[in-house]
Design a protein around this ligand. Structure first.
Ligand SMILES: Cc1cc2nc3c(=O)[nH]c(=O)nc-3n(C[C@H](O)[C@H](O)[C@H](O)COP(=O)(O)O)c2cc1C
Length: 196
């Protein structure tokens, strides 16, 4: 797939079929993720993958309850509040796999490195016909001592980007973007005659 198509057509997918994602495919996605740039080429990331259905359900329930119990009133949007309180709401949308991208350091660019890896992974998944969604709702619990213990993560590993991956059950409409606000600062160089 053309990079432009991948960038413009990728969507946050919130409905998945039951079909599993195989190990080879997940390894290919992680290989794409680690092609991301990282500060001083530190590659300070590590990947934790959950495909066990009962573990996914357990994580989703615990993370949702943690969000509801620990997020100060008013911090969540009305929409997020309504969604999270919805009976039986699955924060993973039934996806068959969770790829948790974690940082292996707490240096100043640790989060940026993992976020770039996450975007690569999501674009590569889209190009492979898969859907993804970054699940911010899961982050607080995954970073808690309980969440880290649940996944057997050592103290030096910090969860950054929980990305669910699966086969989309439906097509997802594009979310419109506002025109970018751009400040052109300073004098522009003279454009060549060929450019008009
Ligand atoms: C840091 C981050 C956290 C997100 N958390 C959630 C989430 O918890 N649940 C969800 O359904 N979507 C989540 N999303 C997906 C965004 O809502 C989505 O990317 C946005 O609405 C734009 O839609 P698009 O990705 O289809 O273009 C998250 C995205 C990012 C980057």
């Amino acid at each position: 797939m053309d990079i432009r198509d991948a960038i413009y057509q990728r969507r946050a997918v919130r409905a998945y079929s039951d079909e599993a994602v195989d190990e080879t495919t997940l390894r290919e996605l992680i290989d794409a993720a680690v092609q991301a740039p990282s500060a001083m080429n530190s590659q300070s990331w590590t990947f934790c993958i959950v495909r066990d259905r009962s573990m996914l359900a357990d994580i989703a329930t615990r993370a949702r309850e943690f969000m509801l119990a620990n997020t100060p009133a008013g911090l969540l949007s009305h929409h997020a509040n309504t969604v999270l309180h919805g009976a039986g709401f699955d924060i993973f949308y039934g996806a068959p796999a969770l790829v948790l991208i974690c940082s292996t350091t707490d240096h100043p660019w640790a989060v940026e490195n993992c976020a770039l890896a996450a975007e690569n992974l999501m674009l590569a998944a889209h190009a492979a016909g898969l859907g993804t969604c970054w699940i911010g709702f899961a982050q607080a619990w995954l970073r808690s001592p309980e969440g880290k213990a649940f996944l057997h993560l050592p103290p030096s590993v910090h969860p950054v980007a929980p990305i669910v991956v699966g086969h989309p059950a439906t097509t997802t409409a594009a979310v419109p973007r506002r025109p970018a606000e751009v400040r052109w600062v300073g004098q522009a160089p003279r454009e060549s005659a060929a450019a008009g």
